[in-house]
Write a protein that binds this ligand. Structure first.
Ligand code: SAH
Ligand code: SF4
Ligand code: F3S
Length: 468
């Protein structure tokens, strides 16, 4: 185990060395890196640290892998589909490496923390020079140095170090929206999920560092900060006594910072979602009126098999409390269809919960077996085709609910953050505090500002509005 200072010293040594090597090896005027990120916001935030380190090593960034000196895929392992995409895209780099032998191709992220995948990559893709896992980003300069100097292939993974390394530089993708990780890893071991195996044990960052980084972002003009963790509600567990803080206390401390910004967070786990948290949101000045609270299944029998540690009644109790305290509340959720042993009767419980709660939108997934998880060993008699029919039934129910919720927004006014321009119709995309997109006419110059809009029409879940 290292401490943060040792890592800083190590990086101070290796960063200039890599920069020197790349000064000679670069193909163009400056060394160029192409970084592609798959998966969730946690990976996006990791890539921002990786880019921070690459920037210190003298790299500039490109969207075109053809001209890069360093190509990195930061991968996701959550479902088979995510992994298949990575395998396909890595395979396609073979001809590029043949054309430009000096390019260093690297893979990192959650997929690499599965032994069988790392081995398959090593065997099938000899042109991949470096593989590193989720817990060794802070060591990137040394790893790159070793690869570049020796020209040897390097696999560095399976590191179960739970030290939280601070002071890693960050190069943010956004200029007014920022990701701020508050914790890493997960201890929940939901039986279907690979995340605890590939991200390691849950650990929280020091609250003072988080709060001061939030202050810094707001002072720099960031308008939206999203706090990240696999289960933000259990933030603070394991912190030394003098730093102890709950998630509700943390967001209420951040909320005290003056400025024009919105504070979001994800993801919440229903088993740890406290009334204290709901009260904090209700009383806050900056926290969004949006709660993403994945319930996965509406059947108590399946929730038990999933090891989720709450039941339908507990879930509804939080939801109803939140709806009462936060009148504008917008709810979203994740759902898995076709967990091993799920019957149509179980699935109907999911449908009825969706109907009862009235979500703004849903992230729905067909169960995908993950090697090494308990669920992958459970009997799974229902065919994929059947699961897909259930899945379609869920989608069409939610479409109706979303359409109704959108129609209810017509004629009402909302404060929105203007995010981007939709190239297809030249309209500005804006987002409400409840995390709903409203398209408006307006000048590109107001991207990154808050505006008030009135929703003028709704077609299914596409909302149009005007700035007032
Ligand atoms: N920590 C977050 C979720 C991270 S993964 C939470 O607990 O809410 C994001 C979503 O992917 C999960 O909520 C779940 O709905 C889905 N998911 C995870 N593993 C899956 C699997 N094996 N098959 C299908 N969906 C899965
Ligand atoms: Fe996976 Fe469950 Fe952890 Fe979420 S809480 S990351 S679903 S194990
Ligand atoms: Fe995927 Fe890893 Fe996130 S598995 S969903 S990138 S934590």
């Amino acid at each position: 185990m290292h401490n943060t200072n040792e890592i800083l010293n190590l990086n101070n040594e290796y960063i200039p060395l890599v920069a020197q090597i790349m000064e000679i090896r670069k193909r163009g005027n400056t060394p160029l890196a192409y970084v592609r990120t798959y998966g969730c916001q946690q990976n996006v935030a990791d890539s921002e640290q990786i880019k921070g380190l690459l920037g210190q090593m003298g790299y500039d960034f490109t969207e075109n892998p053809e001209e890069a000196d360093f190509i990195l895929f930061n991968t996701c392992a959550v479902r088979e589909h995510a992994e298949d995409r990575v395998f396909g895209n890595v395979g396609a780099l073979k001809s590029l490496k043949r054309k430009h032998p000096s390019v260093l191709i690297a893979l990192c992220g959650c997929m690499m923390e599965q032994k069988h995948i790392a081995e398959r990559i090593y065997k099938s893709f000899p042109f991949v020079g470096l593989v590193f896992g989720t817990n060794c980003i802070h060591q990137l300069p040394k790893l790159m140095y070793d690869c570049l100097v020796d020209g040897k292939r390097l696999v560095f993974r399976g590191n179960d170090d739970t030290t939280v390394y601070e002071n890693i530089p960050v190069k943010r993708d956004g200029t007014f929206k920022a990701w701020l990780p508050i914790m890493y890893g997960c201890d929940n071991f939901c039986t279907y999920c690979i995340v605890p195996y590939v991200r390691g044990r849950e650990r929280s960052r020091n609250p003072e560092i988080i709060i001061s980084q939030a202050k810094e972002l707001i002072a720099k003009g960031y308008k939206e900060i999203t706090l990240l963790g696999q289960n933000v509600n259990s933030y603070g567990k394991g912190l030394p006594t003098e730093d102890k803080m709950t998630f509700a206390q943390l967001i209420s401390e951040i909320d005290k910072i003056d400025g024009e910004y919105i504070l979001r967070f994800m993801t919440s786990h229903p088993k740890d979602c406290s009334k204290e948290l709901i009260d904090t949101i209700a009383e806050s000045r900056h926290i969004s009126v949006h709660l993403h609270l994945p319930f996965q299944s509406g059947s108590d029998r399946i929730l038990k098999q999933m090891n989720r540690r709450y039941d339908r009644e507990k879930y509804l109790e939080i939801i109803n409390y939140a709806k009462e305290k936060i009148p504008q509340l917008s709810l979203t959720s994740d759902i898995i269809v076709g967990f091993p042993g799920e019957t149509y009767e179980d699935f109907k419980q999911t449908l009825s919960l969706v109907e009862e709660v009235g979500f703004t939108s849903l992230f729905t997934f067909i169960y995908s077996p993950r090697n090494g998880t308990p669920a992958a060993k459970m009997a799974d008699p229902v065919s994929y085709e059947e699961k897909n029919r259930w899945f379609q039934e869920l989608l069409s129910l939610q479409e109706k609910i979303s359409a109704k919720r959108c129609a209810d927004m017509v004629g009402k006014q909302y404060r929105v953050l203007v995010e981007s321009i939709n190239e297809k119709n030249n309209e500005l995309q804006t987002r409400t505090s409840g995390n709903v997109i409203v398209e408006v006419q307006g000048d590109e110059g107001i991207i990154g500002t808050f505006q008030n809009v009135e929703v003028t029409s709704a077609r299914n879940w596409i909302l149009k509005g005007k700035i007032i």
